[in-house]
Design a protein around this ligand. Structure first.
Ligand SMILES: [Zn+2]
Length: 300
């Protein structure tokens, strides 16, 4: 369900007008001139036209940006696509002030994995230790946009995306249970799901993301996860700065590993979620080339 609200009443009516058969189009002009009876148009045809105009008005009602959190910032509300906006970092506003004074920690447990590059891929969130069934809470006031099961064993498992009044979106993944429905209003601190181990997960944990116009950034820039509180009541998103880890990664995706004694190519490949063949190819190694401790290997 994608709702765009880029249309004015006029454009919706014009759309309907041009979509109509030419007979109906001339009917519209007649209608405006109140000449329907004089031109001997049937009651049935009048009814069709009136119904179309009512439908056009009803359609417009759905595009009320007031209905959606930060509707002035986001051009659509989509209950299934994680990032329907596709706004590149370079296209973001230079700076945007987020009111984060209503922040509530999703969980108050230890961080087990940080945002950033790891295991040969980019980790777009922060992981927290949870037990299956632990309460997971909305980080700010907002409205639930997505509740679903990620595809296959590689994804987020059961996850929730909430759009917040402050312009952010947050994502909560690997849940055992979802306790909210799409389009449901939630308050900061409200329990929205239960911690779990679904999707690409090797033990119960919460994968938590903060996103701005579809782009994930490190939640630690705003939140102190040792005290579970925000550093300030506002956080200024800066196009240059807030997304630095992602920009660095995109600009320089090559990553290196220094071989330690006892390492084998198989072990390094396993630990970095890659293959022996890929490492050999990246480092222009022959099939029989051996590795030595201290040697730097490109692993992605
Ligand atoms: Zn994660």
């Amino acid at each position: 369900m994608v709702k765009k609200h880029k249309f004015s009443v006029l454009s919706v009516i014009l759309f309907f007008s041009f979509g109509m058969a030419s007979a109906q189009l001339s009917l519209l002009k007649d209608f405006e001139n109140s000449n329907l009876i004089a031109k001997n148009v049937s009651i049935r045809e009048q009814q069709i036209l009136v119904d179309s105009l009512i439908a056009a008005e009803a359609e417009f009602e759905e595009f009320d940006e007031e209905e959606y959190p930060a509707g002035y910032l986001y051009t659509e509300w989509d209950n299934s696509t994680l990032n329907p906006y596709q706004v590149k970092i370079a296209a973001l506003p230079d700076s945007f002030v987020i009111n984060c004074s209503d922040f509530f920690p999703p969980v108050e447990n230890a961080v087990t994995s940080e945002y950033g590059f790891r295991w040969g891929r980019f980790h777009a969130g922060t992981d927290f230790r949870v037990k299956v069934g632990d309460s997971i809470r909305s980080a700010f006031d907002g409205k639930v946009r997505i509740t679903k099961m990620g595809k296959g064993k590689k994804g987020y498992g059961y996850f929730i995306v909430v759009r917040h009044d402050n312009g952010l979106e947050t994502l909560y993944a690997h849940l055992s249970k979802i306790l909210v429905k799409p389009d449901q209003i939630v308050k900061s601190g409200e329990i929205i799901g239960l911690g779990g181990n679904t999707g690409r997960s090797t033990g119960p944990h919460l994968h938590f993301e903060m996103r701005f116009l579809g782009n994930a950034f490190n939640p630690r820039k705003m939140v102190d996860f040792e005290c579970f509180s925000v550093y300030n009541d506002t956080y200024t998103i800066k196009k240059k700065g807030t997304f630095s880890e992602m920009t660095d990664y995109l600009n320089n995706p090559a990553r290196y590993y220094t071989v330690k004694s006892g390492d084998t190519l198989g072990k390094i490949a396993r630990n970095h979620r890659t293959t022996i063949a890929k490492i050999q190819q990246l480092n222009k190694m022959g099939k029989s080339t051996t590795i030595r401790a201290g040697k730097k290997l490109r692993i992605s």
